[in-house]
Design a binder for this molecule. Structure first.
Ligand SMILES: [Zn+2]
Ligand SMILES: [Zn+2]
Length: 503
C-alpha cells in the first residue's frame, strides 16, 4: 500500500475485481493466490489490462486520450451582438458553441430535488434551459436547509419538487417548470421521458438509478448520473448504444444484492424510502455543477464521454476518468420500437380496453406486460390465511404487509402479466398503478407493440406550474382585493398573489 500510494479500500476493490475475473483466488485467513492465465481468463485479463496503463498504451489500444479535447465551433452560429441591459442570457452569446435556440427549447427532467438536485435545478434555471420537469416524493425538513440553495426555513414539510420548481421560476421567470410530487419509479409516465432531451439523476439509491437507466434506454434518451458522499463524488453520462450503461457498472454482487432485496418487495421499498447519505453543500455544488455542464453539452450537441465515470476526491483534490466495460448480456440494453399514440387515458381505459387494442394488432395471443408489480394476494404462513387484493406494489406499505391477526410479515404474490384470464380486467389502468401518459408494452411471443396513453398529454405534460394564469375572468365587474386562498398552497394556482388585470 505504501509503495503504490493507495488506500486499503482501493486495494480491496482491485483484489475483488481480479477475483471476479478469475485471475486470482482469495482464501480466507491464508492469502491471495494467482491463477495461471489460460483460455478461461485470458480475455478478461486483456480487458482489465486495457482499462489502465500509460497514455501511450491507451492510444495503442485505440482509446481516445482523456485529456482536453478541442471544442468544435458551431459553424452555423450567426454573429449576434446581444443587449446586455435587457437580455439575461446575453453573455452566453459570446460562447462559441452555445446556441440560444437549443437551450431555450431544451426539455430536461431532473429526478431528485435533494442536495444535488437543488444545485442542478439552480444551474438549469440560470442557464435559461427552457423546460424543466422536477420529480421528488420527499418533503423538506430542517436538515435539508444546510445543503439546498432553493429551500427556506418556512418551507418545512412542503414538497421538495414543488418548492424547487417555484424557486427555479423565481430565479428565472423565462423558464417553464413542472413538478411531480411522486416516485419516479412508479408514478412518472414514460411519455414524459419520451419528450425530454436529457434526464439528470440526482438520486441516492441504486434502485431508482436502475429504473431511470432502463426508462432512458427504452426511450433512447441520454442521462447524467451524479452521486456524492462526504467529500467524494462522481458523474457519469450514459447514452443508449454508446458504451456501458448504469446497469453494466454494477458488480455481480450488487445485482445479487438488489435481487435479494426484491425477494421481500415490501421491505425493499421501505429501505429505499429511508436512504440517507451524509453530504456537504460544497460537494453537491461541484458534482451538481459538472452534471449541469454535461447536460448543457448534450443540449448543444457537444461531444460527451458516455459510459465513462468522472471521479472527484475532495480530500486530496484529485479527479480522474475511467471507462466502464459494457456487458453484452446487460438487461438494460433495449429500446422501444415504433410507439403507437392512442387517445386513451389511464383514468378511463380498462385493462380489457387495452387488451382489445393489442389483440387487434397482435392477435388473440397478445398479453400486456405491466412495468409495476401488482400484489394479487397476501398469505400469512402462521395463521394460514389468504387475503385477496389487487393493488400496485407501491400502494401497500411495509406495515400493511403484516398479518392483522398475528403480526407476521405475510408472503406477497405478485404479477405483472395481463393475459386476459384475470378477474379484474374491468379495472382502469390508473387503478392498477399505470401512471398517466405511460407507454405500455404488449406482445404475442414474437412481436412487441408499444402504446402511449396520449390522451393524457395535455394534463400530464404542460410546463406551466407557477405561471401567471392567462386572464382571470372578473365576475360581475367587481374584484375583491383579497388573497386567493389557494395562491400559496399548491402548484395549480399562481404562486404570487398579484395578478395584473387588463380590464
Ligand atoms: Zn448495460
Ligand atoms: Zn397471521
Amino acid at each position: 500500500m505504501n509503495q503504490l500510494g493507495v488506500s486499503r479500500a482501493t486495494l480491496r476493490e482491485a483484489l475483488k475485481t481480479l477475483e471476479e475475473s478469475r485471475l486470482i483466488e482469495g482464501r480466507p485467513n491464508v492469502g491471495w493466490f494467482v491463477h495461471a492465465i489460460d483460455e478461461s481468463n485470458v480475455a478478461k485479463a486483456r480487458e482489465l489490462a486495457r482499462q489502465d496503463g500509460s497514455p501511450a498504451e491507451r492510444s495503442a489500444a485505440n482509446e481516445p486520450p482523456t485529456g482536453p479535447l478541442r471544442i468544435p465551433v458551431a459553424p452555423e452560429k450567426p454573429l449576434h451582438i446581444p443587449n446586455l441591459h435587457t437580455d439575461r442570457l446575453g453573455t452566453f452569446e459570446f460562447i462559441s458553441w452555445w446556441e440560444r435556440e437549443k437551450v431555450q427549447n431544451a426539455h430536461v427532467l431532473v429526478v431528485g430535488a435533494g442536495a444535488l438536485g437543488n444545485d442542478v435545478i439552480k444551474n438549469l434555471a440560470l442557464m435559461g434551459v427552457g423546460y424543466i420537469y422536477i420529480v421528488d416524493f420527499d418533503t423538506i425538513e430542517a436538515a435539508n436547509l444546510s445543503r439546498s440553495v432553493l429551500f427556506r426555513e418556512s418551507d418545512n414539510s412542503r414538497s421538495k419538487a414543488e418548492v424547487a420548481a417555484a424557486r427555479a421560476r423565481a430565479l428565472n421567470p423565462q423558464v417553464h417548470v413542472q413538478y411531480l410530487n411522486g416516485d419516479v419509479m412508479t408514478q412518472l409516465g414514460l411519455g414524459v421521458i419520451r419528450r425530454m432531451d436529457v434526464v439528470i439523476g440526482c438520486l441516492d439509491n441504486r434502485e431508482a438509478r436502475l429504473a431511470i437507466n432502463r426508462f432512458c434506454y427504452w426511450m433512447n434518451k441520454p442521462w447524467v448520473d451524479g452521486a456524492i458522499q462526504e467529500l467524494l463524488g462522481l458523474v457519469r453520462v450514459f447514452v443508449p448504444g454508446q458504451g456501458a450503461c448504469y446497469e453494466c457498472t454494477l458488480t455481480e454482487a450488487a445485482i445479487r444484492d438488489l435481487s435479494l432485496r426484491y425477494s421481500c418487495p415490501l421491505l425493499a421499498r421501505q429501505n429505499i424510502l429511508l436512504g440517507k447519505v451524509p453530504t456537504t453543500p460544497t460537494i453537491a455544488s461541484i458534482i451538481g455543477g459538472i452534471q449541469s455542464q454535461e447536460a448543457l453539452k448534450l443540449i448543444n450537441g457537444m461531444p460527451v464521454e458516455p459510459g465513462k465515470v468522472i471521479h472527484y476526491n475532495g480530500m486530496v483534490n484529485e479527479m480522474h476518468t475511467t471507462a466502464y466495460v459494457p456487458r453484452a448480456d446487460c438487461e438494460s440494453h433495449w429500446t422501444y420500437g415504433v410507439i403507437t399514440e392512442i387517445p386513451a387515458r389511464a383514468e378511463h381505459t380498462t385493462l380489457e380496453d387495452l387488451l382489445r387494442i393489442a389483440r387487434a394488432d397482435l392477435g388473440a395471443e397478445a398479453v400486456i406486460e405491466l412495468d409495476q408489480e401488482l400484489i394479487t394476494s397476501l398469505f400469512c404462513p402462521v395463521c394460514q390465511t389468504l387475503e385477496q387484493v389487487i393493488k400496485p406494489l407501491n400502494t401497500v406499505s411495509f406495515e400493511a404487509g403484516h398479518c392483522p391477526t398475528c403480526g407476521t410479515l405475510r408472503e406477497t404474490k405478485l404479477t405483472h402479466l395481463i393475459t386476459g384470464e384475470e378477474n379484474f380486467l374491468h379495472r382502469t389502468l390508473a387503478n392498477v398503478g399505470v401512471p398517466s401518459l405511460h407507454i405500455l408494452r404488449a406482445h404475442n411471443g414474437q412481436e412487441y407493440r408499444f402504446y402511449e396513453l396520449t390522451g393524457d398529454l395535455a394534463e400530464a405534460l404542460h410546463f406551466h406550474d407557477f405561471q401567471p394564469t392567462e386572464q382571470p375572468k372578473p365576475a360581475r365587474g367587481r374584484i375583491h382585493l383579497k388573497d386567493d386562498p389557494h395562491a400559496n398552497s399548491a402548484g395549480t394556482g399562481p404562486v404570487s398573489g398579484r395578478i395584473k388585470l387588463h380590464e
